[in-house]
Design a protein around this ligand. Sequence first.
Ligand SMILES: [Zn+2]
Length: 331
Amino acid sequence: MGKRLLVFLHGAFLSLGKAYGLRPGRKGRAGISLPVYQDEIMKYACFDIGATNLKMGVVDENGIFLEYESEKTPYTYEELIKRIRDFSLGNSCSAVGIGIPGNVSDGSAYCPNLPVLNGHPLETDIEALTELPVSVENDANLAALGEYIFFETESTGNMILLTLGTGVGGGLILDGTLVTSESAAFEVGHITLNFNGEKCGCGKRGCFEYYCSMNGLVRSYNELSADVKFLKAADVYKQFKIGDKVAELAFDKYANSLAHGMASIANLFAPLKIKIGGGLSEMSDAYLHTAVKVFSKIVFPALKDKVVIETAAAKNRAGLLGAAALCMVHG
Ligand SMILES: [Zn+2]
């Protein structure tokens, strides 16, 4: 299969809402108030398969969660697909959307951090088990898609979502279109911040991910601190909250790296919004203000004051919302 682009026109989305009798104007704000249904609406079985946890949700076409569960990711492929089948059929869903920490190429999953999926035709296998339409996509792409469909208006044509966590990933919406993982585009974690920097697993040096992942933050703290050493980003954040100067410095360094990464990406795609998701988005009060300040100084002048940078609204359920959006556009 070649490069595949999914088109998400908001006009079409609104038509879809009307077709199922949603109250006009309800679209676009997941989880704020309960919708008024005039007819039965579609509900989707949504999965976010992580290296540690398997998140599962039943999400309706209005972005409302009807069910949510999280459990340890099964150890074997057979257990995993059985769990997906049981959850999907047990909740009488009309389609299945799945996010994976990797991509799908020629029908097979490739996930460097989740070998249990590697080489398996996940989409085909779940379709055979459930007899439902199944769509699979990269988890960061789905987070971007969910954020775009459920929390943005049609005027946000170009949007980027960065997931800052164990690694650095992201999803790109260009003119209302999600650039999917089959194209292997938008590996934002591996743009170069410092070509003389440390070697990355991808083969280059000084990648964005090296500095802006959780490990990058912890490494900064440990380099700056003469005595106390930490293993987790959450520990650095705790220190920041109690006024530790070293933690403040580590977050400033982090903010500076983040700003440079974001400016490079913005210069390429001119997004109206950059949204911050992933585990580190929960610590954004420690770095986002500084990152925005630095960003506005270094971004290409024509983009100055034109890019809104904010934390993602969907929090840790963004992937599941994106899986629901994927089901909707795939029909
Ligand atoms: Zn790299």
